[in-house]
Design a protein around this ligand. Structure first.
Ligand code: DQA
Length: 157
């Protein structure tokens, strides 16, 4: 079992999906692809397990519920992978929550937000994340998980 030989604690990653991402698979497939959220979550859990990590995924269409999920990561997760969806461009509350929990966070987007409408070019939340990955479809999440695990593994004693 990965991690068992070193005695290292299992890395815990929280994946947070924002509004409308529950519709993945049918939502504007030309932009977001045809992979469903359930398929992305299953792949994230599988990839995490292959690296000896637990991955917990949450989705909400409600800003406050997303803030609650991020706050709940304190003490229960080592890093966060977050796609704030449309709240990326509007939510001071989500930005503040990411800052408040002081966990490494990776912002991910399926689409290349910088190649879309001007209002999507600004991310209010990315400045409180380690970095942003966008434009790779579902792969953005897997790259985000890889980044989160690399950070967490690097911080282990
Ligand atoms: C998104 C990009 C956002 O601009 C949009 O509002 C979304 C999805 C993405 O993953 O590409 O809901 O976060």
């Amino acid at each position: 079992m990965p991690g068992a030989t070193t005695g290292a604690r299992v890395a815990r990653i929280l994946v947070v999906h924002g509004p409308n991402l529950n519709l993945l698979g049918t939502r504007d497939p030309a932009v977001y692809g045809t992979t469903t959220l359930a398929e992305i979550d299953a792949e994230l859990v599988r990839r995490g397990a292959a690296r000896g990590a637990t991955v917990t995924c949450v989705q909400s269409n409600l800003e406050g519920a997303l803030v609650d999920a991020i706050q709940g990561a304190r003490g229960t997760a080592d890093a966060i992978v977050i796609n704030p969806g449309g709240y990326t461009h509007t939510s001071v509350a989500i930005r503040d929550a990411i800052e408040a929990v002081a966990l490494p966070a990776i912002e991910v987007h399926l689409s290349n937000v910088h190649a879309r409408e001007p209002f999507r070019h600004e991310s209010i939340t990315a400045a409180r994340c380690v970095g942003q990955i966008c434009g790779f479809g579902a792969q953005s999440y897997y790259l985000g998980l890889d980044a989160a695990l690399t950070i967490v593994e690097g911080r282990r004693p």
